[in-house]
Design a binder for this molecule. Structure first.
Ligand code: AMP
Length: 116
């Protein structure tokens, strides 16, 4: 059994977060250390530690993440200009929190995808 992270506590509203959206499958909240004018994390409510742990049973929640990303982008007024969706996996991907999360970044031109 994988160990819970603080993100499970955010889902259960046991610790504070600026939650923008929540339903039975996913929760979206503002990143505490924003890297762009809009930086939102969208996570499955149940714990999946990394993308390596994804199974077919997770497809509904992971699909919902995209639906919610598109909805939030529209609501934030960044859909037309565009934005970036990003998911980090393990050390080389720069993953810090081991509960799968999609970064939604936007609100300015984001430049090249990778800083090298
Ligand atoms: P990653 O490097 O892909 O694992 O991203 C983890 C993200 O979680 C970082 O962008 C952090 O700023 C963000 N983060 C960590 N703790 C919190 C928190 N309590 N509330 C909101 N975002 C957080």
């Amino acid at each position: 059994m994988a160990e819970e992270t603080l993100f499970s506590k955010i889902v259960r509203r046991e610790i504070p977060a600026e939650i923008l959206y929540q339903d039975d499958l996913v929760t979206a909240f503002k990143d505490i250390s924003p890297k762009a004018p809009h930086h939102i994390l969208i996570i499955p409510n149940h714990l999946i530690p990394t993308v390596n742990d994804v199974t077919a049973e997770d497809e509904a929640a992971l699909g919902r993440i995209f639906t919610v990303a598109a909805k939030l982008a529209r609501e934030l007024g960044i859909a037309e200009d565009g934005y970036r969706l990003m998911m980090n996996c393990n050390r080389h991907g720069g993953q810090e929190v081991y509960h799968v999360h999609m970064h939604l970044l936007g609100g300015k031109p984001l430049g090249p995808m990778l800083a090298v």
